[in-house]
Ligand binder design. Sequence first.
Ligand code: ADP
Ligand code: MG
Length: 383
Amino acid sequence: ELREAESLRRKLHNEIQELRGNIRVFARMRPALQHQGNSLATVRFPNPKEARSIEILSAGESATGTATMRTFQFDFDHVFGPDATQRDVFDEVQHLMQSVLDGYNTCVFAYGQTGSGKTHTLEGSGLPTANYEASSVSEGAGLIPRAVQMLFATAEALKDKGWSYDFSGSMLEIYNETINDLLGKADPKSTTPVKHEIQHEKGRTTVSDAVVLPLSSPQQVFALLSRASARRSVAATLMNERSSRSHSVFTLRVRGSNSTTMESCDATLSLVDLAGSERLANSGSGDDPRRLKEAVSINKSLSSLADVIAALGQGKAAGHVPYRNSTLTWLLKNSLGGNSKTLMLTSLSPVAEHLGETVASLRFAKLVNGTIIGTAKKVRASE
Ligand code: ADP
Ligand code: MG
């Protein structure tokens, strides 16, 4: 009976998810950083209980020269203000971990300009070390360590019901539309990098010559992450802050089988720290051709991502989904669309000087979110 109730609960949960669509968009504004002392934008969070709206106030001038205040309001599935803790964010995300164990592919994207808090939200501070106890992560820990901890703990608890789970992981970087393996053996200074090809077969994606590590404990995942981040920072000193101009894609594959019910599941959780979304004119890169190439690649992948998500949101009406338009969307093809779940976490800076980028990020997030809901409704209404 208990099992029946549990499966009914899951079924209901999934049906509700399906009704609302499988795409969620959150926004999070980071606090001011003490050492910076910048002046701050005027921002309001109306209806803090519902936590779905953010208002940006912008000073301007009317045609007649009088000072005016314009208000931009944006609504999302959830909005986190500067006081939100890492735990508050995870509270709104954790149900996705159950979905992963139920066999749903899930993608989480952190989007926003450099310095807005993408890496903080995903990784946070102080990755748990070898001494870490499975029941606790530090307050500063971001979504990835929390997700990993919860997945392993839930898998452990499900043993009683006959489930056994296998985890494996990879960590890739996409820079200028090319894949690099952050767990690869190749010397990052090597001038002849390994060429990685993306292959899709029977709903599964593989990347040629990319390391996939079996993971049997959260500690092993954290070791993988610190290995990748060490590799990334080596490259950063060579390439001048390359990490903000590349996407990093952490993929955790979760395979489960139940010896009692003979059920099985196989899903991937992809957590993607996107390249900084700032526009070229603002990034101080002038007419450096290398910067231009980076900016073009980033723009291509971020706009392809928005196109793909928007097309998916339109369901069958969309017809063709343009996965092939960028390496990022092609890599994630099997995890975007179908039954998969997607969460876009938009990071925002509170600094007045960044207001233009903040509004641009909110518009991007709205495009991802709004197009979907709006179009899906329209299609049904005209039928
Ligand atoms: P990004 O990855 O988008 O470039 P970071 O995550 O590196 O940005 O954040 C930039 C700085 O702001 C870092 O020093 C980070 O620790 C800090 N920061 C970002 N978000 C928060 C937050 N919610 N609370 C406290 N500090 C934050
Ligand atoms: Mg970052």
